[in-house]
Design a protein around this ligand. Structure first.
Ligand SMILES: [Mg+2]
Length: 195
């Protein structure tokens, strides 16, 4: 249990291939009532508009009974049209990973943080803050592996944390780790390739 004590604070609650492969109905049955998302490289490639897949996902979430909120550090001009296309609430200029943005997003949709999932592709920007705000965090592989230089630098910082996380998961639950962590890298690349 003392393994990776420092790095553990950055661990996501789960790490999966894609926001599009999650069994959301199961989370609803567990008592979760809202899903908050990062946009860029989580739902679509950086800067891309909402595509059919994203629109369908939000339709499915709303049908299940979830409230949704987009939480982005980007400007209104990027976030508002996307939110309109997927019929979601949103918070732009959220100042992630500051805790306040995630709490504000939960207030906006009137769901408490402990009943809200947060899904994003960046460990320090998305997951770390959401976790401190009390949301359940799911890290996904970035849709587009080609990223801007400042994000590439952050990816290097993520590496030791994710390596520790993966090795802890392998110790605790080898089967789940094999499915959710070790395989997804290829899935994410394949998804990006199909675009
Ligand atoms: Mg992102």
């Amino acid at each position: 249990m003392e393994r990776h004590r420092f790095l553990r604070r950055f661990y996501p609650d789960q790490w999966v291939a894609s926001a599009y492969g999650i069994n959301y109905r199961q989370w609803f049955e567990k008592g979760y009532r809202a899903v908050a998302f990062d946009i860029d490289n989580t739902l679509v490639p950086h800067g891309a508009p909402a595509d059919d897949r994203a629109i369908q996902l939000f339709r499915q979430l709303h049908t299940i009974g979830f409230k949704t909120c987009l939480v982005s550090n980007n400007k209104k001009s990027r976030v508002a049209p996307f939110a309109e296309d997927v019929h979601s609430d949103y918070l732009c200029m959220a100042n992630k990973p500051a805790v306040r943005g995630y709490r504000k997003a939960c207030e906006r949709i009137s769901v408490s943080p402990d009943k809200t999932l947060f899904i994003g592709d960046q460990l320090f920007t998305d997951v770390w803050g959401a976790k401190r705000a009390g949301l359940y965090t799911i890290l996904v592989r970035p849709i587009n592996p080609k990223e801007e230089i400042q994000i590439v630098l952050k990816r290097h910082l993520e590496k030791p944390v994710l390596k520790a996380y993966a090795s802890d998961c392998l110790l605790q639950n080898p089967e789940e780790a094999k499915n959710d962590i070790l395989k997804p890298q290829n899935d994410a690349r394949e998804t990006a390739g199909k675009k």
